[in-house]
Ligand binder design. Structure first.
Ligand code: ATP
Ligand code: MG
Length: 183
């Protein structure tokens, strides 16, 4: 599975619609302090189904919406869309109907957020599973935030185990087992 495009609108400092093409190979993002590099990584984490505002460096989830600056008023809506190449057809069956999947998440102030895949509304769970199977995902070791390396060194064994399970690509199975047990 290959991520090919990230589109942001009203998300954190990305108030105007911004589109980034993600080419094969390595992509580097450079810029001065505070220009939004970490916000981009958080946009990836968020669209993959992050549920913790703290992981997004906020007090509540609405804090991901552009909060205004001295020159521009706050927004009431934020949207992030991530285009995923699914030519290998590895997506879970429920979403596996197209060679390209546009996964989007949209939040409205005080109203919570909703997910879509290729325009069709889906559950947060569907999106989380899609990326958990691909070995990425909001909580995966594939997304390393600032300060995380130190946190991993100091992690509890149970937290470190999650990293190993991701490396072994079995995290998605655990999520499904938990769902099955709850039924
Ligand atoms: P560094 O090099 O210091 O790590 P960075 O490029 O990673 O910097 P970010 O942390 O991504 O920078 O961006 C921080 C900027 O984003 C700050 O200027 C902050 O005010 C702005 N920002 C964060 N959330 C919002 C929001 N909800 N609305 C408007 N601006 C925001
Ligand atoms: Mg940063």
């Amino acid at each position: 599975m290959h991520l090919s495009k990230l589109r942001l609108s009203g998300f954190k400092s990305f108030v105007d619609q911004t589109e980034l093409l993600i080419e094969e190979g390595m992509t580097g993002v450079v810029g001065p302090n505070g220009c939004g590099k970490s916000n981009l990584v958080e946009a990836l984490r968020w669209v993959m189904g992050e549920t913790s505002a703290k992981q997004m460096r906020g007090g509540e989830m609405d804090d991901v919406i552009f909060g205004g600056t001295s020159g521009r008023p706050a927004r009431n809506l934020a949207e992030v869309a991530l285009t995923v190449n699914n030519e290998d057809r590895k997506a879970p069956a429920a979403l596996n109907d197209s060679p390209e999947l546009e996964v989007s998440r949209r939040i409205e102030r005080n109203k919570g957020s909703a997910y879509r895949v290729n325009g069709r509304e889906v559950r947060a769970r569907d999106v989380q599973l899609l990326f958990a199977d691909a070995g990425t995902g909001a909580r995966s070791a594939g997304l390393v935030s600032q300060g995380r390396i130190g946190a991993i060194i100091n992690a509890k064994p149970s937290e470190r185990r999650i990293l190993l399970e991701e490396a072994a690509n079995i995290r998605g199975l655990y999520t499904r087992r938990r769902e099955a047990e709850l039924r």
